[in-house]
Design a protein around this ligand. Sequence first.
Ligand code: T4K
Length: 369
Amino acid sequence: MNKDIITVTSPLLPDLGDFNELLKDIWDRKWITNNGHYHHLLESALAEYLHVPYVSLFTNGTLPLITALQALRITGEVITTPYSFVATTHALWWNGIKPVFVDIDEETCCIDPNKIEAAITPKTTAIMPVHVYGRPCDTEAIQQIADKYGLKVIYDAAHAFGVEQNGKSVLNAGDISTLSFHATKVFNTIEGGAMIMHDAKMKQRIDYLKNFGFAGETEVVAPGINSKMDEMRAAYGILNLKQVDAAIEARHQVAIKYREALRNVEGVTIWEDVFGIKHNYSYFPIFVDTEKYGMSRDDLYFKMKDQGILGRRYFYPLISDFSTYRGLESASKENLPVASKMAEEVICLPMHHALNEDDIQRVLDCIRK
Ligand code: T4K
């Protein structure tokens, strides 16, 4: 057995020499956090790269979710998906909001717009969908429902860095979108995140909120929090932004090889690229049908593990199955048949810029044999 471990992802790291140069500059400036030089540079560079009007940097991808709900004064109930990382629902809970889970669409694993209206009650104030694996939600259908019922839409776009649909960034959909720049993401700042908003007024409000609500030395305009990105991580982000296109292209090449080899494997469903979408290849999910494949998802998952191939079952268990949430009415399996099925079948294969031919072959051999 080959003992080299192949992990589901591996962080994109800037050149250490280049990073040292920027660190030296930060040391010289003696300004290490609180809206510094590199913070400004990264916000502008990201707005340009992502084709969005305003970016506000955060210290991770969870705090912009929590802060967005505060900024839009969301209360009561929010419709969301159970098929995500647990931070999506936690952000609601931290705001004292009741999550209402709605089932997902099998083609995208994103919230199914056809099932949203039935979950709306007089207490519903917003929808919080997730662009799972970077596949865009049906943003038009979701916006139509939101407009009809006067609801806000906050997209958890943690996986959707750089994703475009018909030439437009998906990050411009809804009222606010949030990103994660965690080490495991396509673009990372070690820990980090961002919020995308449409107007200068909201950008200003968010910038206050992430700095304790300070609107000047002696004025606090809201009960804000501290979620500012420091200068070291902003500088690291500037360097990573320069190589992220190459990293995405390297991921694309891995996806091509996986697809060629797995397209005709009985019982294994893979996703193809969708016309009109600029994908970021952040994850490569496969879905295993036990009967047709002749082995269950978990058996394949543990077989891979035994061979040092650390795929991950993102997103199993469903958020609605965690003890914190499973008492909610909307968390029942009967309410979430598609999400339950996908969570039982999914394995995210290793997918990152540094996978080599041998790694890819080992993954494929393990699945095909
Ligand atoms: N919304 C959504 C939809 C999200 O997916 C996430 C985060 C968030 C919100 C919240 O954003 P953040 O607050 O995290 O910025 C990981 C990440 O910690 C998490 O950011 C991510 N989603 C989630 C899907 O995955 P784990 O527990 O699976 O990570 P971990 O530590 O097991 O790492 C996975 C693999 O990555 C390792 O096996 C090896 C590799 N790795 C990881 C790290 C941290 C490295 O090679 N180097 C590293 O430094 O949660």
